[in-house]
Design a protein around this ligand. Structure first.
Ligand code: NAD
Length: 437
């Protein structure tokens, strides 16, 4: 099939690349000229495991192309995916300005039998608005479907290629048939493709993200309770997770959720409910707990040093909002960095992928962007951990201690065993567990 994917970010680039890998002819369109030029030369703008190889191979074999000019690809495309960003606006609702711009731009270029598919996460009713707008601009009925994306950054390729389910919001049999054909190679393991109304598909995406975010906020609230009552959240988590009705996924205490999806999607859902004069109590609470949790490492550090971090040196491990991505949007690490910068601490950071993005924001306010995690703790008063990259899990504790001026660790991800930290003589603060000092 001939496809066009508009918006070449985490979702658009993965979608376009994977569909091209399945034999489709795909053109990825983006307004960002530098990004498109880079992609044409094999420069991948984001870090996502396995993505680079797939982009290079499919581009080289002529199935995957990049352009800033929609007119080069839309007139031929049977299916046009809209995968532009839908960030949070000041009110908390989703900002759909990029979606409307795309709709206006493609209307005069669409072939008669084209199927336009909204992949971006958009509030319920957006598909209907896109449909009305295209019908008006084109002067005929345009087929518009929704196909929300459930991939996770860090495992985006395998999530896309082996989805738990594919959700499609459609208006007619033609859309259903096209989307069935397109997704058939992804569903050979028997996982379902679910057809429903556009409104149901739009709400499914928000509801799924909101429930996952709820699990995270819930376990963080229990972790905070654990600290006060002398329980160990790790034991509590395991005790809960073995119940098959509960399970282990998204039940890890930490610094709350970040990234470009959960925070904005929870708020957008709450904002939608607000606009309908419903009272979204759970969504508001999930967000509030998360905002509070994101600052939990800062609160612990501030209390430990009595607010006096000026003149102290901090090693920081992990900047990305989660491992295996370079994405720092709404990352808890930013909260810590801002606090340390504002209060005059010296900062040495390490992250396997996200340092460039952090450098763009903090530049020289951070003293050292280090090549290794051990370089980042050279002579520091304290180590703070924000992201659970695998390479941080089993450090040489003797070496770690010998490099630090004082062996104090604030761990926002519960990477280490309390007994190990005790044995090696660290002062150690984690989440929902007793301190070691
Ligand atoms: P992103 O910010 O990484 O990428 C968006 C891209 O769209 C950018 O490259 C931007 O230049 C481009 N763009 C903006 N306006 C454009 C226009 N008028 N024409 C062409 N290109 C334009 O965003 P993302 O993380 O890929 O998210 C895209 C959508 O997918 C959002 O609605 C998001 O909520 C949803 N989503 C994201 C994830 C994720 O993990 N990132 C997962 C599922 C769903």
């Amino acid at each position: 099939m001939k496809l066009a994917v508009i918006g070449t970010g985490y979702v658009g680039l993965v979608t376009g690349t994977c569909f091209s890998d399945l034999g489709n002819e795909v053109t990825c369109i983006d307004v960002n000229q530098a990004k498109v030029e880079g992609l044409k030369q094999g420069i991948i703008p984001i870090y996502e495991p396995g993505l680079s190889e797939l982009v290079l191979r499919n581009h080289e074999e002529g199935r995957l192309n990049f352009t800033t000019n929609a007119a080069e690809a839309i007139p031929d495309a049977e299916v046009i995916y809209i995968a532009v960003g839908t960030p949070q606006s000041d009110s908390g609702a989703a900002d759909l300005s990029a979606v409307w711009k795309v709709v206006e731009g493609i209307a005069p270029l669409l072939r008669k039998d084209a199927l336009v598919v909204v992949k971006s996460t958009v509030p319920v009713g957006t598909n209907g608005k896109v449909y009305d707008m295209l019908n008006k601009l084109c002067g005929r009925e345009v087929n518009v479907a929704s196909n929300p994306e459930f991939l996770k950054e860090g495992s985006a390729i395998s999530d896309f290629m082996y989805p738990d389910r594919v959700v499609c919001g459609v208006r007619n049999r033609e859309a259903e048939a096209l989307l069935n054909t397109l997704h058939a190679p992804l569903l050979r393991t028997g996982k379902p493709i679910l057809f429903m109304s556009p409104e149901s598909s739009e709400l499914t995406k928000y509801a799924a993200n909101a429930l996952l975010a709820t699990k995270i906020s819930f376990i963080n609230e229990i972790a905070n309770l654990s600290e006060k009552v002398g329980a160990d959240i790790n034991d509590v988590r395991i005790g809960m997770g073995h119940d098959q009705r509960i399970g282990f996924q998204f039940l890890f205490p930490g610094l709350g959720y970040g990234g470009s999806c959960f925070p904005k999607d929870v708020r957008a859902l709450a904002s939608l409910a607000d606009s309908l004069e419903l009272n979204p109590l759970i969504m508001r609470a999930v967000d509030e707990v998360n905002v509070h949790q994101r600052a939990s490492l800062v609160r612990k550090i501030d209390a430990f040093y009595g607010g006096e971090v000026a003149g102290k040196t901090f090693g920081v491990w992990g900047l990305a909002f989660k491992p295996k991505t370079d994405d720092i949007r709404e990352a808890p690490a930013l909260e810590l960095l801002n606090y340390l910068v504002d209060n005059g601490a010296t900062i040495r950071v390490h992250d396997p992928e996200a340092m460039e993005n952090v450098n763009e924001i903090f530049g020289e306010k951070i003293a050292a962007y280090c090549k290794s995690e051990m370089e980042a703790v050279d002579g520091v008063d304290c180590l703070a951990i924000n992201t659970e990259w695998n390479e941080y899990r089993t450090p040489d504790f003797k070496k770690l201690k010998s490099k630090m001026k004082t062996p104090t660790v604030f761990d926002g991800r519960n990477l280490f065993d309390l007994a190990t930290m005790e044995k090696h003589g660290f002062t150690y603060f984690s989440v929902g567990r007793r301190p070691v000092d």
